[in-house]
Design a binder for this molecule. Sequence first.
Ligand code: 26Y
Length: 819
Amino acid sequence: MFRLMDGFLKNDSISLQQDILRHVEYTVARSRFNFDDFEAYQALAHSVRDRLIERSHDTQLYFKRKDPKRVYFLSFEYLMGRSLSNSVINLGIRDQYADALSQLGFEFEVLAEQEGDAALGNGGLARLSACQMDSMATLDYPAWGYGLRYEYGLFRQVILDGFQHEQPDFWLNFGNPWETERVHVTYPVKFYGVVEEENLNGEKCNVWIPGEVVEAVAYDNPIPGYGTRNTITLRLWAGKPSDQHDMEAYNTGDYINAVVCRQKAENISSVLYPDDRSFQGKELRLKQQYFFVSASIQDIIRRFREAHSNFDEFPEKVALQLNDTHPSLAIAEVMRVLVDKEHLGWNKAWDIACKIFSFTIHAVIAEGLEKIPVDLLGSLLPRHLQIIYEINFKFVEELKKRIGLDYNRLSRMSIIEEGAVKSIRMANLAIVCSHSVNGVSKVHSELLKAKLFKDFYELWPEKFQCKTNGVTQRRWIVVSNPSLCALISKWLGTEAWIRDVDLLTGLRAYAADPDLQQEWMMVKKVNKMRLAEYIEAMSGVKVSLDAMFDVQTKRIHEYKRQLLNILGIIHRYDCIKNMEKSQRSKVVPRVCIIGGKAAPGYEIAKKIIKLCHAVAEKINNDTDVGDLLKLVFIPDYNVSVAELVIPGADLSQHISTAGHEASGTGSMKFLMNGCLLLATEDGSTVEIVEEIGADNLFLFGAKIHEVPKLREEGSPKMPLQCARVIRMVRDGYFGFKDYFESLCDTVDGGKDFYLLGSDFESYLEAQAAADKAFADPNKWTQMSILSTAGSGRFSSDRTIRDYAEKTWGIEPCRFPSDG
Ligand code: 26Y
């Protein structure tokens, strides 16, 4: 009998085969007797998508029926990576698909490799959004993600002669089988123009007469939960020309120019800014922000209105989460809609706004905060500028009552920054309106209270909270490390840890068990083999599986100190070269792996990449050193490369200058995969130490409170070993002498802002401790098992539950079915 709850689609292997062939024939339009791997992937993806769509319909209908409070997650960036494996695993039908495909003569893994990454983000913040979406779906929360559908994702990194070059990532080239274009879900977004005061039934009201209108169209991407039928939606907006765009131009006969202008409108969402460091007040960026915010708010209000007519209920039904300051124009937009369109009156509107917004900040230093020049905002969004001024005026008046006429403090806290360029401090706007301001690790949350937002903390201590980041074990163990996944489930006797990650602590009981250790080592070996093959294919370098795979992969930033890593490698090389031949058998062989992208305009970061290649060239071609030391740079690091690299790492480095990494989430992925960490006490590593103990990783370096003093002392403290390796670079030992000069200056030029010199010795000590531990495979493996066992706290499931209960006030809303 057909049960409505189950949907139409069957998941036995015969039905799946028929389904794939049907898509080959009718969607991909190839003959079912003749299609290649890519076409098979496309058909497979469409077949999976059918199942996702069915579940997402069920989920939305159920949400509609139950009408729970929903959370809307606003993020400018998402690094989703590939969707195929993740989707079939979350749907619980991976094996059935693998069976179906093998009967058709295809291998699931091979087809999965055909998929390109969705790279709509820069780094940590963007991947965090993706992990959190997975957790919101899995935990059955009534959530929506909103973002922008960039046509060009994060640039592709190509290395030529050791230099980074950026190439466009036109990821939609072959279509995107996962998304659904919602041609009926479109909203006009307005820009420029003037504000006029009008009289409405005797009351003054402001009317914005825009100068340009662009249409936002929705593209829906299903996000399936694991072990639940719930499938939520990531709705991404794309620009398309509006019929209202610039009617005048057509009427005046300038047809060609009018068409060109229309095309420009489409470009709003076309490219992701590839810089996660320096905020620039660019008009296009601001246009993107408002475009995204305006479309999302219109959509959210439309959904609310379907079931409610009274805005008093808005905060009971809607929570808006701001992922950093990037979407914080949403505050002014909500106020504009409630005041100008819904005519609620300022105080009522403000009361509502303050109840719905929560804000998470990912920055550590004031320089990282967004400031929008007032002139720019005034010309692009004149009404929003007025609203922000009004918010600020009322805030400052209130503040004066609370703190008196302390003008320094008032000007620090003001949303408007007076200065050479008068600008809007987006973080201040977000803090003033949000009921909850979150840091992303304990250390970071304390820093926000003590430094960055001290004034605000003193005013509103209750607003400031900590939500330590987490990553999803579905993507970072189940999808990317299937052998480890199977091993864990075998020893725990259950797969329940995939939804309830705290169960991983159960592994502690077996950490010393020789059988588990043996199997654990085998899994690591298999993953190292996979990684070694990839390295050889990418760089031609053959690496030994007996060597310690030592990995540092993340965006290239001075504060993340890839340069410290490279200087350490030069030191290791120098030591091996100067060692008696008889001593060399004691050296623990290493394969040092570095990967990451530098922002296109970040010169020093680009020099670090070049130095890495120059040093690698020298070391890898030195037959005298052989397998004792290799250095490889993995180009174009992205989510799918990470899925390959992380399971194959023995050691990973998280070595930021203390106080500079807000959290760091790479470390959590390595930890889950049983990789040992070599780390500074910064961001989330402090909490990792709490979970696994200081003797289960290799800590080094200055502590946060020591940094200011060390900075004052400067490079006189430069140890000889560090001075020596810098000298080698300066003397042209690796070539490109002049080019590396300014890079060396950052260390020994008198400032050493990131403290490479003062941390150098303790870094080498930590490295020596890692060597010593690696020389004892059983001890190392035990530490590795304990790392995985202690990683449960760093699941995004824990983070999201915390947000849901303490910040958003939402509850699970699970579609009633058995899977
Ligand atoms: C405004 C523009 C210049 C900008 C664009 C992207 C500014 C910042 C960013 C991205 C920041 C980011 O990725 N931050 C990282 O967030 C992670 C998740 O919370 C943290 O783990 C990591 O420490 C932090 O650097």
